[in-house]
Ligand binder design. Structure first.
Ligand SMILES: C[S@@+](CC[C@H](N)C(=O)[O-])C[C@H]1O[C@@H](n2cnc3c(N)ncnc32)[C@H](O)[C@@H]1O
Length: 298
């Protein structure tokens, strides 16, 4: 956008931005423009219409122009904003965190539904494996005050972001983090181990949209040769630290229900429940412990 292009009102600036993004082939230009302008002005998108005839302040216009230019270059809206709404809360993002997806809210719901059935005379103990920005663990902590959560990750940057999110949501006193390989070194008894692990097969990563491939950390996506590497590690690691009546809830990718179930069954778990996402794809599985110990995948 040149100086000559700049609009004197909020509505003018937005119309130009929509044209600019549409010309560059950015899908959803109208929606993105509204989200970015609302953030610049510090208001809800629903308040934009009432303000469209107001003049836009020069510093707001400068920020908005920079946002639109980044969006035009392909950067996802929530990466530009540095935050994303999830389960009713705003979560800060950073270079080391995946941008959380709405489908993962189903995993959170499944975890919360299970925890509501657990009766203890001590705080419930939850392990969120590969916590990233902390969306799963922290959403559970906000919903269930009688709960303590541990978040693990291989990314220290992600864990630092998760801790800041915990502080902002005022649950930091009930949240601990550890840089570790999935659940290695975690001690029990845990009432719930929950995870949205990396589950894309390595060979499929090149075919992902550039907004995912170029902006989400590869370590958050890459599930190894068949996409199932993390499930093998998690199934083998968590059984011995789960309470007898504890559960494991995992997010899965398309067509992973059967192979992931086989992995957990081989480690002494039974598939107890599963849920579909908003697109009708089986997205979350819950496993309960059986008596026999895990003797594979060690
Ligand atoms: C799909 S992302 C999920 C992040 C977050 N839980 C969410 O749902 O938005 C997977 C996370 O697992 C972490 N991760 C990858 N390999 C790991 C490993 N070996 N041990 C622990 N965490 C790992 C990544 O850094 C990333 O934060």
């Amino acid at each position: 956008m040149t100086d000559a292009d700049r609009g004197s009102t909020i509505g003018d600036a937005m119309r130009r931005a929509v044209r600019n993004l549409a010309e560059a082939g950015v899908g959803g230009a109208d929606f993105d423009t509204r989200v970015l302008m609302a953030d610049v002005l510090g208001i809800e998108t629903s308040s934009l219409l009432a303000r469209r005839e107001r003049p836009i302040e020069p510093d707001a216009e400068e920020r908005f122009t920079a946002y639109i230019s980044r969006r035009r270059s392909g950067e996802p809206v929530h990466r530009i904003l540095g935050k994303r709404g999830f389960y009713g809360h705003d979560f800060e993002l950073s270079a080391g965190t995946l941008e959380p997806r709405p489908d993962t809210e189903i995993v959170v719901e499944m975890g919360i539904a299970f925890l509501r059935t657990v009766d203890r005379d001590r705080p419930l103990r939850v392990l969120d494996i590969g916590t990233g920005s902390g969306v799963i663990a922290l959403s559970i902590l906000v919903a269930l005050p009688h709960t303590h959560a541990f978040g693990t990750d291989i990314s220290e940057d992600a864990l630092a972001t998760a801790r800041r999110n915990a502080k902002r949501l005022k649950v930091d006193a009930r949240f601990e983090t550890s840089v570790t390989d999935y659940a290695a070194g975690i001690t029990g008894p845990l009432d719930l181990a929950i995870s949205n692990p990396p589950y894309i097969a390595t060979r499929d990563i090149a075919g992902l949209s550039s907004e995912v491939r170029d902006f989400d950390p590869k370590s958050a996506l890459d599930g190894g040769e068949d996409g199932l590497k993390a499930y093998r590690a998690i199934a083998a690691q968590v059984r011995s630290v789960l309470a007898d009546d504890g559960s494991v809830v995992v997010e899965i990718g398309i067509d992973q229900k059967d192979p992931v179930t086989r992995i957990f069954e081989a480690c002494g778990f039974t598939l107890s429940d599963w849920r579909k996402d908003y697109g009708g794809i089986v997205r979350a599985l819950r496993f309960s412990r059986e008596e026999a110990p895990c003797d594979r995948f060690r």
